[in-house]
Design a protein around this ligand. Structure first.
Ligand code: HEC
Length: 395
C-alpha cells in the first residue's frame, strides 16, 4: 500500500528520482516483485530469438544486467516507446508505471536478492512463432536473396490469397524469416484504390487486432503485397521466407477498418539540413468517423512527427506527438478510446528530418534526399460511424 502511494506521487516526477524504501518495508526480491514486471513488460523482446540483445527470463540471466536494467528503466529508455504523454492514451503503451520503476530501482539498490522460488510467477507462454495465437491461415512470402549493400534493401513479394469470397480479418501478424536483418515488413492489399495496409512487422510491434465488431476486409481474389525493408549489411543474406498469419473475425462484423494516409511523397531534403519540414496532405473526413490508430513511418533521417485533428470549427486537437523519432522503433499507436472525427474535420500531419552529420543514423549527410530513401507515411485507421454491416446482411 505504502509503495503504491509513493508510486503515484512519483508519476509526475522525472527520471532518477527513485524514493528509498520506507523503513521497515520488506525488501523487494526478484521472484516476488521484479520477475512479474520483467515477464510482463520485457521478455517479449528479451528472450531467445527476439530483438533484445540478451534474454531476461530467469534470475541467472538477469543478474549480470542489474545495473543496466536499473539505468534503462529509470531513464525510461526501456521498454521503447516514442509517443509524448500529453495528447492521449494508447492501449498498446508498453511503459512501466512509476511504481514498477521504483520497485526495480529499490531491488537493484538493495543487493538484488533472488527471493523464494515459490514466489516466482510462471514465464508467459510466448510460443516461438506467433504472438497472436494460432493463425487460421499462413502465407509464406518465399525465399528472398538480400544483397550485400551499404544501404537498405527493399523487396516486393506478391502473395495470392486465393480467397473465393470476401474475408474479414480480426488479427494479422507478420513473422520475418530473417529477424535480425528485417527493419520492417508491411502487408498491403493490392487494389485500385491504392494500397491498404493489413499488418506490419517491426521490432517491438506485436500482432494487430481491432475492437469487437471491427475487422479488416480482404476482398475476394485479392493479392497481397509483402513490402520488405532489410537493414544494410556487409554480406549477402537470405530471408528464407517471411510469413503472414491471419485470424478470421468470428463474431458479426459491424464496421470495416479503413487505412488511409495523411503524408506526402514530395520530399526534397537538402544536404546537411538539420530541420527539414514537410506537411502531409490533409485527410478530410467525408462522414462522421472514429479514428482507431495512428501509424507514422519515416526512415533514418526522421526527427519528429505529429498528427493533429482539426475540427470543422477550427479547433485543433493533437492526437499523437513523437518529439524524438527513432528509426529503430516503428510502432502503431492504438488509441485507448477511438477519437470522434466529425464530418468535415481534417487530419493533418507535420514532420521534420535531420539530414545533418549530427544525426548519428544518417548514412550520408552530403546527399540530397528524395522520396524513397526517406518517407513520410502518415497512415491511420478509422471506421465510419454510420456503417453497420450487421443490418445490411439481416433478413
Ligand atoms: C520492443 C522490444 C523491447 C522491449 C519490450 C524491451 N527491450 Fe530492452 N532492448 C531491446 C533492444 C532491441 C535493445 C538493444 C538496442 C537498444 O538498446 O536500443 C535493448 C536494450 C536493453 C538494455 C541495454 C543492454 C545493453 O547492452 O546495455 C537493457 C538493460 C534493457 N534493454 C532492458 C529492458 C528492460 C528491463 C525491459 C522491460 C522493462 C526491456 N528492456 C524491454 C528491446 C526491447
Amino acid at each position: 500500500m505504502r509503495l503504491q502511494m509513493m508510486g503515484l506521487g512519483l508519476a509526475a516526477v522525472v527520471v532518477g528520482a527513485v524514493p528509498a524504501l520506507a523503513a521497515g518495508a520488506e525488501k523487494p526480491t526478484f521472484a516476488k516483485d521484479v520477475a512479474p514486471i520483467l515477464f510482463e513488460k520485457c521478455v517479449s523482446c528479451h528472450r531467445a530469438g527476439e530483438v533484445g540483445p540478451m534474454p531476461l527470463t530467469s534470475f541467472t540471466e538477469v543478474r549480470p544486467w542489474v545495473r543496466a536494467i536499473r539505468a534503462a528503466v529509470t531513464s525510461r529508455a526501456m521498454p521503447p516507446w516514442l509517443a509524448d504523454d500529453k495528447p492521449g492514451k494508447f492501449s498498446n503503451d508498453p511503459r512501466l508505471t512509476a511504481e514498477e520503476i521504483a520497485t526495480i530501482a529499490n531491488w537493484a539498490d538493495q543487493g538484488s536478492p533472488e527471493g523464494q522460488s515459490q514466489d516466482l510467477p510462471q514465464l508467459p507462454a510466448l510460443a516461438d512463432g506467433w504472438r497472436m495465437g494460432t493463425p487460421d491461415i499462413v502465407y509464406d512470402g518465399g525465399k528472398f536473396d538480400v544483397a550485400a549493400e551499404p544501404r537498405s534493401v527493399y523487396g516486393d513479394l506478391p502473395i495470392k490469397t486465393n480467397f473465393t469470397e470476401d474475408r474479414y480479418i480480426a488479427v494479422a501478424e507478420v513473422r520475418p524469416g530473417n529477424r535480425p536483418y528485417t527493419h520492417h515488413a508491411n502487408v498491403l492489399i493490392k487494389d485500385d484504390s491504392g494500397q491498404a495496409r493489413v499488418a506490419s512487422f517491426s521490432p517491438g510491434a506485436g500482432a494487430k487486432s481491432y475492437p469487437p465488431g471491427v475487422a479488416k476486409l480482404i476482398p475476394k481474389g485479392a493479392e497481397l503485397n509483402l513490402d520488405m525493408h532489410y537493414n544494410p549489411g556487409g554480406q549477402p543474406r537470405v530471408d528464407p521466407g517471411t510469413k503472414v498469419g491471419l485470424i478470421f473475425a468470428k463474431g458479426p462484423i459491424r464496421q470495416i477498418a479503413i487505412t488511409a494516409q495523411s503524408g506526402t511523397n514530395q520530399l526534397d531534403i537538402p544536404p546537411g539540413d538539420a530541420n527539414y519540414e514537410r506537411v502531409g496532405r490533409p485527410f478530410e473526413f467525408k462522414e462522421d468517423s472514429h479514428i482507431l490508430a495512428l501509424i507514422p513511418r519515416m526512415n533514418e533521417r526522421g526527427k519528429d512527427f505529429k498528427y493533429t485533428l482539426v475540427y470543422p470549427d477550427g479547433t485543433r486537437k493533437v492526437l499523437l506527438n513523437i518529439p524524438k523519432w527513432n528509426y529503430g522503433w516503428v510502432f502503431s499507436y492504438v488509441l485507448a478510446e477511438p477519437v470522434a472525427a466529425p464530418k468535415g474535420s481534417r487530419l493533418e500531419t507535420v514532420a521534420h528530418w535531420d539530414n545533418s552529420a549530427a544525426n548519428k543514423l544518417n548514412p550520408d549527410p552530403k546527399a540530397r534526399i528524395g522520396f524513397g530513401p526517406e518517407i513520410m507515411n502518415g497512415y491511420f485507421e478509422y471506421v465510419v460511424d454510420a456503417q453497420d454491416l450487421t443490418r445490411s446482411t439481416q433478413d
